[in-house]
Design a protein around this ligand. Structure first.
Ligand code: SF4
Length: 617
């Protein structure tokens, strides 16, 4: 069956001889109009094919033929009329026919046709538990999950990424894309779960999902949203290109059983002064340079998004599909200041966006990456007051110190927070938190753990974190670790047999917090726990978390203690790729063990993970 897109392409083919005839009869104006109309159909058929899932093998063949035919016929006739030099025509026509001939041969012999894309036609198209985590092993990065969802690292938090951000796909299997803003495409059906509602309706893998309940399906998130209904009108295109329909009645919330192409992560359109993606040395994994800003990942994984690339359709979708809560990078509510920090003069007014989301009953957790001398002081006070005006829809604001590496050539000069500034901020913030608690019923503004460590101040009690809503943003993980360790420590034995000695690797700040836990463990007879806080020479700057430790820095630190490493080296899981025992610099964990002649063990970065890793009777 001919699709609408194919019909438009055929129409363009038919226009070619007409253009030629009109040119021959010197009807230049009419020929030009027809040529322009043909050009419009070139964009139109590609758009319809993508928008309505009408991509087909026939279209892949016809589209370039129509393009070449139109161009070639016009050029040849103009040459006959001596309006163009012959050499020009020979070059243009021979190039097109060589490409077309080659493409047809490929199609005939291997079933594929690859031709250079045109500017307007069809183009090829190119993811921890919420338990307390080892403080300072996990402090200062934004990779932990919120609730049970795995959170992806985002350079938006201006904090170091966890080591697992080493592949294009973190938790889940999402890919990344440089395309921005978001573009629609039909969803390829990759697999159909046996005996699922979709399988029973006759859907098979290899087809294209056209619509659900009368609406095109933009991405897997839209599919998950639409398939919760008890009755689903499904339209799909089979592998043979035939459009099929089915009305599926099922239990509400029961998935259809369709596996579709994964979400493609959208790139951001900012150039933040503190973006971690700009502060990496050369030669790292591609994913470390990727700048994401995607409200869907904000909803799914708690990635912070600035919303500067949010389209009106995207805003409507958030509200329609109730993608709540969202995690929003605000940094400042003063528009000029925010745009300067974002390096994006065209960034929309964040307060208007937040107001719209609040009207749509979308809950938000926000963050401010605090850059001393830039958005602190009066600017921060205004930001907090503005955001508090949207409570309860804006539930929290996390205050996070800016993270700077030594790789900041050609970037604006920024200062990182020191102990004095950390103490000042905590002192400045506390009366405001008390006022918020009185007026709003919540402390509302939550400084990250790193501020307390830098300031050398004790962490607030667990209750003051009000349920740890920004745990994944480095807020409260240390307190949770301490509380969990204290609870578990009551069951620790008085001695272990045989004697055991282990080295525990952590980040520079981690040593401060883990010291108490290490002291408690060292009170156990026969057990010796040596902390090894590793300075981050690789990134330098103010980077002090375990999540950004490289194998080479750990090796250097271990070399200095080679004679007193004990029976095992414990490496926090956050220093390794999530799904593979690889450090950020691609060094395998096993190589560490081989080099030092003892097991190097990946240890869950929680209090229970640490205790479980220590051998005891
Ligand atoms: S440039 Fe983009 S990815 Fe980087 S911090 Fe800014 S918003 Fe986030």
């Amino acid at each position: 069956m001919l699709t609408l897109a194919n019909r438009i392409t055929i129409l363009r083919i038919l226009m070619s001889p007409l253009v030629a005839v009109l040119l021959l009869y010197k009807q230049t104006g009419a020929a030009l109009i027809l040529f322009l109309l043909a050009g419009i159909t070139d964009g139109l058929d590609g758009y319809i094919a993508r928008r309505h899932g009408q991509r087909s093998a026939l279209g892949v063949v016809l589209d370039p033929i129509a393009d070449k035919l139109l161009l070639a016929s016009a050029v040849i006739v103009l040459t006959v009329l001596k309006e163009l030099p012959r050499w020009f025509t020979v070059i243009v026509v021979s190039r097109d026919f060589i490409l077309l001939g080659g493409g047809l041969l490929m199609w005939m012999f291997i079933g594929k046709m690859s031709l250079p894309p045109r500017c307007s036609g069809r183009r090829p198209r190119s993811s921890r538990s919420s338990r307390s985590s080892w403080p300072c092993w996990t402090i200062s990065f934004r990779c932990s999950p919120r609730r049970s969802r795995p959170r992806r690292w985002s350079p938006c938090s201006s904090r170091p990424p966890p080591a697992w951000i080493m592949s294009t796909a973190g938790p889940g299997s999402s890919a990344i894309s440089k395309r921005t803003p978001m573009t629609f495409r039909s969803l390829a059906i990759q697999a159909v779960e046996p005996d699922s509602p979709a399988a029973r309706a006759g859907v098979s893998a290899g087809g294209i999902l056209v619509s659900l309940n009368g609406r095109p399906v933009e991405d897997p998130l839209a599919l998950r949203f639409a398939e919760t209904a008890a009755q689903v009108d499904l339209v799909w295109r089979g592998p043979d290109g035939t459009e099929r329909r089915a009305r599926i009645r099922k239990a509400e919330d029961l998935p259809l059983g369709l596996e579709v192409a994964p979400l493609t992560m959208q790139a951001c359109n900012n150039r933040c002064r503190f973006c971690f993606a700009f502060q990496n040395p050369r030669g790292m994994r591609r994913a470390l340079y990727f700048k994401d800003d995607d409200y869907r990942f904000s909803f799914l994984h708690g990635n912070f998004a600035t919303l500067t690339n949010l389209t009106p359709a995207g805003m409507d979708r958030i509200i329609r599909e109730r993608l709540s809560p969202l995690y929003v990078s605000v940094h400042a509510t003063d528009r000029a200041l925010r745009n300067r920090l974002l390096g994006n003069p065209a960034a929309p007014e964040i307060l208007e966006q937040i107001a719209r989301l609040a009207r749509g009953r979308i809950r938000m957790h926000t963050q401010v990456v605090v850059c001393p001398g830039e958005n602190d002081g009066e600017a921060l006070a205004r930001t907090l007051e503005d955001l508090a005006g949207f409570h309860p829809w804006v539930e929290t604001v996390a205050l996070v110190p800016v993270g700077l590496t030594r790789y900041r050539e050609r970037l604006p000069v920024l200062r990182s927070a020191d102990a004095f500034q950390a103490r000042s901020l905590l002192k400045w913030l506390e009366p405001r938190r008390r006022r918020f608690l009185r007026d709003l019923g919540t402390r509302f503004a939550f400084p990250s753990d790193e501020y307390y460590l830098l300031a050398g101040r004790p962490f607030p009690s667990g209750g003051r974190y009000e349920g740890y809503p920004q745990l994944g943003n480095g807020v409260g993980g240390s307190r949770r670790f301490l509380d969990e360790f204290r609870r578990l420590a009551r069951r620790l034995p008085a001695w272990v047999t045989p004697d055991c000695r282990v080295t525990v690797v952590t980040g520079a700040l981690g040593g401060v917090l883990l010291r108490g836990a290490a002291d408690r463990l060292n009170a156990i007879a026969g057990l010796r726990v040596d902390l090894l806080p590793v300075a981050n020479a690789f990134f330098g700057g103010s980077v002090s978390c375990a999540g950004l430790l490289t194998g080479q820095d750990i090796v250097r630190a271990l070399e200095r203690r080679r004679r007193a490493l004990g029976e095992a080296i414990l490496i926090p899981s956050v220093s390794l790729k999530e799904d593979e025992d690889l450090f950020l610099d691609d060094m395998p964990l096993a190589r560490l063990g081989e080099r030092f002649g003892r097991p190097a063990l990946r240890v869950d970065a929680t209090a229970s993970g640490l205790l479980e890793a220590i051998p005891r009777d």
